[in-house]
Design a protein around this ligand. Structure first.
Ligand SMILES: Cc1cc2nc3c(=O)[nH]c(=O)nc-3n(C[C@H](O)[C@H](O)[C@H](O)COP(=O)(O)OP(=O)(O)OC[C@H]3O[C@@H](n4cnc5c(N)ncnc54)[C@H](O)[C@@H]3O)c2cc1C
Ligand code: FES
Ligand code: FES
Length: 495
C-alpha cells in the first residue's frame, strides 16, 4: 500500500494558558508521546497504553456554542494532531501560580487517596473534569464512580479516592474555564480555520475537514488514508500493533456528523457523535438503557470514542450493534456519489468486514423512536462490571398486543463472526402468545441459532447457555418491570 508523501502541519493548543505550536509531529504520534517525550512533561503517566488504566488521563477543552466543554480522555490512544485548536490540561497545569493545589489534588491529600502515586495524576485529571462539569450541582457517590470508571488504582483502594471526589466541592473552587481562555480559543479557532483554507490544496498528512462535502472529497482523493474518529480502537493499532499511518483522515470536526437530530419517527445520530452523547440521546427515549450505557468502557473512552466508530469497526463483540439491531436501526453511508441507506446488520459481510466502499464513510445511524407497548432490553455479560468487553450481549425488542407477540427483533453479540440478528428466534416468537411455553421454545431456538467460539472470555457452550438464559431473564422482567415502562411511555405519548 503506497501513499503520497505528505508533510504534517503544525499542532496548536493552549496549555497552562500558553499557546503551544508543535511542528513536524507525525500524524500517528500519540498525545502521550508528545507530552512525555517531546515536551518532557512527565506528570502524565503511561500504564497500559490501551485506554484501560487511566494513568494517562488528561483534560481537553473546546468551545461549543461559545461555551467551554471539558472532557477527560486517555492521552495514550489519542492522536496528538486531534488536539489542534483545543485547550489541554495535564496534572502540571492545575495548581495556581502561587502553588495552591486544585481542589481535586487537595481533597486527595486530605482523604489519603494516594500511596505509590502512579495512578494519582490520572485520578486528579478525571476529578478535575468532574469538578468543572458539576459546577454548582452536587457531586454524588454515583457521579464520582461514573467519572472515575476509567481509572484504576492498584494500592490505595477506591474508598478514600471516592471520598475525595465527593469532598472537592467543599474546597475553594479553581475553575478551568475563564473569559481569557475562551478568548484565546476563539482566536486560535480563527487561525486554524485560516490555515486550513490556505493549505487545503496541499492535502497535509493529518486531514481534519469540518464539513461533510470536504470529508467525502478527501475520502475519495485519499482512499488509503487511515480514517479515524475517537481513535479508541485505532489508537491500539498504533500502540500495540505498531502500525504506522502516512496520512490520517479525522471525522470528528465534521459539523454534520457531530449532531443528533430528533424526528417524529427516528433520531439520526451523526457518526462522529461521542459514545457518551449518543447513549444520552438513546437513553432519553429509553431510560432503561442507562445502566447498559454506563457499562460501555469507562468515561474517558466514551468521551473520545464515537458511535460511528463502534459500528464501522464491526467487532463481533462491539456493544452498540446488538442493541441498534434490536431497535431496528438503519445506517446511512455517504460518498461523493451520493447516499445509501440499509439496515445496520446489512453492513457486515464477514469478520470485521463491511460492505463500505473505499470512498464511503458512515454518516448517520438512524434509530426508530419507541412505539407504544414495545418492550426493549439489552444485557451485557462480561467478567467485570465496569470497563470490560462483552463475552455475550443480547438485545431484544418485542411488541405485544393482546397477549400475542406482534413484532420481535433480536440482536446478539459475541456469538458469531459479526454482530448478528437472531432471525430464527424472532420467527419463533412472532405471532406466538407471550407465555412461558413460547419463551422456553424460543430459548432452544436461540441456543441453536449460533455456534459461538471458545476464547479467553468464555467457552462456546457457556455463551450458548447464557444466550438462552438472557431470554429467560427478559421474560421474567416482562412480568413486572415492563408494565412500568409501558405506563411511562403511554403517559409520554399522551402528553
Ligand atoms: C479501554 C477500552 C474499553 C472499551 N470498551 C468497549 C466496550 O465496553 N464496548 C465496546 O463495544 N467497545 C469498547 N471499546 C472499543 C471502542 O471504544 C469502540 O469501538 C468505539 O466506539 C470506537 O469508536 P472510535 O470513534 O474511537 O473509533 P476509531 O478508533 O476512531 O475507529 C474505529 C474504526 O472505525 C472506522 N471509522 C470510524 N468512523 C468512521 C466513519 N464515520 N465511517 C467509516 N469508518 C469509520 C475507523 O476507520 C476504524 O476502522 C473499548 C476500547 C477501549 C480502549
Ligand atoms: S496508559 Fe493506561 S489508559 Fe492510557
Ligand atoms: S496509589 Fe498506587 S496505584 Fe494508585
Amino acid at each position: 500500500m503506497t501513499q503520497s508523501k505528505a508533510l504534517p502541519q503544525p499542532i496548536r493548543f493552549i496549555k497552562g494558558g500558553v499557546l503551544h505550536t508543535l511542528h513536524d509531529v507525525p500524524p500517528d504520534r500519540t498525545l502521550l508521546e508528545v507530552l512525555r517525550e517531546d515536551l518532557h512533561q512527565t506528570g502524565t503517566k503511561e500504564g497500559c497504553g490501551e485506554g484501560d488504566c487511566g494513568a494517562c488521563t488528561v483534560v481537553v477543552g473546546y468551545l461549543q456554542g461559545g461555551k467551554l466543554q471539558t472532557h477527560a480522555v486517555n492521552s495514550c490512544i489519542k492522536l496528538a494532531h486531534s488536539l489542534d485548536g483545543m485547550a489541554l490540561w495535564t496534572v502540571e497545569d492545575l495548581a495556581a501560580p502561587g502553588g495552591r493545589m486544585h481542589p481535586a489534588q487537595e481533597a486527595l491529600v486530605q482523604c489519603h487517596g494516594s500511596q505509590c502515586g502512579f495512578c494519582t495524576p490520572g485520578f486528579v485529571m478525571s476529578m478535575a473534569a468532574l469538578c468543572e462539569q458539576a459546577g454548582q450541582k452536587p457531586i454524588t457517590r454515583e457521579s464520582a464512580q461514573q467519572a472515575l470508571s476509567g481509572n484504576l488504582c492498584r494500592c490505595t483502594g477506591y474508598r478514600p479516592i471516592l471520598d475525595a471526589a465527593c469532598q472537592m466541592q467543599a474546597l475553594p473552587p479553581m475553575p478551568l474555564d475563564s473569559p481569557a481562555l475562551r478568548q484565546q480559543l476563539k482566536a486560535l479557532a480563527k487561525s486554524v480555520a485560516a490555515d486550513a483554507a490556505s493549505t487545503r490544496s496541499a492535502h497535509p498528512a493529518y486531514l481534519a475537514p469540518t464539513t461533510l462535502p470536504n470529508l467525502l472529497a478527501l475520502r475519495q482523493a485519499h482512499p488509503d488514508a487511515q480514517l479515524v474518529a475517537g481513535c479508541t480502537d485505532v489508537g491500539l493499532w498504533v500502540t500495540k500493533q505498531h502500525r504506522q499511518f502516512a496520512r490520517v483522515l479525522d471525522t470528528t470536526r465534521v459539523e454534520e456528523l457531530r449532531q443528533v437530530d430528533r424526528y417524529p419517527h427516528h433520531i439520526a445520530i451523526g457518526a462522529a457523535v461521542s459514545l457518551q452523547d449518543a447513549f444520552a440521546a438513546l437513553v432519553k427515549d429509553r431510560p432503561q438503557l442507562q445502566s447498559f450505557a454506563d457499562r460501555f468502557a469507562g468515561l474517558p473512552v466514551r468521551n473520545a470514542g464515537t458511535l460511528g466508530g463502534n459500528v464501522a469497526n464491526g467487532s463481533p463483540i462491539g456493544d452498540s450493534m446488538p442493541l441498534l439491531i434490536a431497535l431496528g436501526s438503519h445506517i446511512v453511508l455517504a460518498s461523493t456519489r451520493g447516499y445509501r441507506e440499509m439496515p445496520l446488520e446489512s453492513l457486515y459481510t464477514g469478520y470485521r468486514q463491511t460492505c463500505m466502499a473505499a470512498d464511503e464513510v458512515l454518516a448517520y445511524i438512524k434509530v426508530p423512536r419507541p412505539q407504544r407497548g414495545a418492550l426493549a432490553r439489552v444485557y451485557k455479560i462480561s467478567k467485570r462490571t465496569e470497563d470490560d468487553i462483552s463475552a455475550v450481549c443480547l438485545a431484544l425488542q418485542l411488541q405485544i398486543h393482546k397477549g400475542q407477540v406482534t413484532h420481535a427483533s433480536v440482536g446478539a453479540g459475541g456469538v458469531a463472526a459479526t454482530p448478528a440478528r437472531a432471525r430464527a428466534t424472532e420467527a419463533a416468537l412472532r405471532g406466538q402468545p407471550w407465555t412461558e411455553a413460547t419463551v422456553r421454545a424460543a430459548m432452544d431456538t436461540l441456543r441453536a441459532e449460533f455456534s459461538p467460539i471458545s476464547d479467553m472470555r468464555a467457552s462456546g457452550d457457556y455463551r450458548r447457555q447464557v444466550l438462552g438464559n438472557l431470554l429467560w431473564r427478559f421474560w421474567l422482567e416482562s412480568q413486572g418491570q415492563f408494565a412500568t415502562d409501558i405506563h411511562r411511555l403511554d403517559l409520554e405519548l399522551q402528553a
